[in-house]
Design a protein around this ligand. Structure first.
Ligand code: BJ8
Length: 423
């Protein structure tokens, strides 16, 4: 990576602490990713993005700001990026996936808070993540209690707009979400000084839909019996989708898919000794959380799909591109986003149906339901997930974990026993 010290200093980052992170991350990435055999050449792009994750992309965002543009940081897949891009601004993901940031979060949050929230808050308060420093405004949402309270803490030193997400999916809830999108639009217009027209929104809807189409294409290729890509690599791509320039990301992902399609024709597989096909469901795996995939894929099995926000919940369902007035477009956005089935909704039968459907579509031999410690929503919903899978005759293992490696050996044993049971 080039020398970005000056940029990090100007962002007010804690350089010494950040150096510690820069020492750990590349080694972890090399051990987990670069040791994989027979990877597609197209993965070079994503390797490069990771190697520059605190360098090149932040620099691009700063360049955008120098030209008068704004950057909005988001934490959840319910926030409609389309509105942000339509206002000539850039949306970037901010969810923290590293244990490195957790102690910083624990300075202000109870230890019994989900690691994703602690990590995100710690990244900001410890000033060790350029994205948190760059974002002009954060867009939060009312998905879970931990996040709602975290916004109050974060708002003490950065502007934050919170979207009030309904918790049910009745017609009036979809309309309420459309109203929230309108409020967001006005807020973003005010903040950027740019008007969101229906033409601009139409372009932005197509831009983000194209990203969804590319990810959907990538995931479809994982339905193949001979897997052209590992679960670990697919996860990395899903994680990068939250940060990268959407147009470039779409182009690179489609190029990779061309290569993967050729691999399928040539019968080149990453899983020559392929073991069982595992589907993951549950809480999101924010970058650089690669723990579960690594354990599964070094235990002789392959992850073939993730029913997660870093997975199918991010790209399934497109926004209707045929609407031409702002009101119609906003309703189309609300309808699409309300089809995401997060455990914060009640009732949430659609998520259970998604899990069964995906397990069948991807021909999963078994499902591992992953829950981040202290995420009550997914933990409680795990009961219904497991029961439905059992009723459908699909073996399931429920696990709870955090960002530390303390449970890695125990998880390896439990996952190993589950895989053996599938034989
Ligand atoms: S749509 S999963 S990104 S809220 S932060 S709910 S893990 S306790 S991240 Fe999420 Fe949006 Fe839902 Fe997806 Fe639980 Fe942690 Fe809350 Fe979490």
């Amino acid at each position: 990576m080039a020398d970005y010290k000056e940029m990090w200093k100007n962002l007010g980052m804690d350089l010494d602490k950040h150096d510690q992170l820069c020492e750990i991350l590349p080694q972890v990435f090399d051990d987990i990713y670069l040791t994989q055999e027979n990877r597609p050449e197209g993965m070079d792009y994503y390797n490069f993005v990771v190697s520059e994750i605190h360098g090149l992309r932040p620099m691009e965002l700063i360049e955008h700001q120098k030209k008068g543009g704004k950057v909005f940081g988001t934490f959840c897949v319910y926030v409609p990026d389309e509105i942000i891009f339509a206002a000539g601004a850039i949306a970037t993901g901010l969810c923290g996936g590293s244990q490195f940031w957790v102690p910083g979060g624990e300075k202000v949050l109870p230890a019994s808070t989900c690691p994703l929230i602690k990590s995100s808050v710690g990244a900001r308060l410890d000033k060790t993540c350029p994205y948190f420093q760059i974002a002009d405004m954060y867009i939060g949402e009312t998905t879970c209690d931990g996040k709602k309270k975290a916004w109050e803490i974060l708002s003490e030193n950065v502007p934050i707009h919170v979207m009030d997400l309904p918790q049910m999916k009745r017609v009036k809830d979809v309309e309420a979400w459309a109203d929230e999108i309108k409020i967001l639009l006005v807020k973003i217009e005010e903040y950027t000084g740019n008007k969101v027209t229906s033409e601009k929104l139409s372009t932005a809807i197509k831009l983000i839909n194209d990203k969804r189409r590319a990810l959907s294409r990538l995931y479809s290729l994982r339905k193949n019996k001979k897997l052209p890509i590992t679960g670990k690599d697919a996860l990395l791509i899903s994680q990068i989708a939250f940060y990268d320039d959407p147009m470039r990301f779409t182009e690179m992902t489609n190029t990779l898919c061309d290569e993967l399609e050729q691999r399928i024709i040539d019968e080149i597989s990453v899983g020559e000794k392929a073991g069982k096909r595992i589907m993951l469901s549950g809480t999101p795996l924010a970058i650089p959380n690669w723990k579960i995939h690594h354990i599964i894929e070094t235990s002789g099995a392959n992850v073939v799909v993730e029913e997660m926000c870093t997975g199918t919940r991010y790209f399934e369902n497109l926004v209707d591109e045929t609407k031409s007035t702002l009101d119609e477009q906003i309703m189309a956005l609300a309808e699409r986003y309300m089809k995401i089935n997060c455990a914060c909704f009640t009732p949430n039968e659609e998520r259970i149906e998604d899990i069964i459907r995906l397990a069948k579509e991807y021909k999963a031999d078994g499902v591992i339901d992953v829950n981040l410690k202290f995420c009550n929503l997914y933990d409680v919903e795990g009961f219904k997930v497991e029961r439905a899978l059992k009723e459908a005759g699909i073996p399931v293992l429920g696990i709870e974990t955090d960002y530390t490696d303390q449970d890695a050996a125990q998880l390896r044993t439990r996952i190993g026993a589950f895989l053996e049971m599938l034989e």
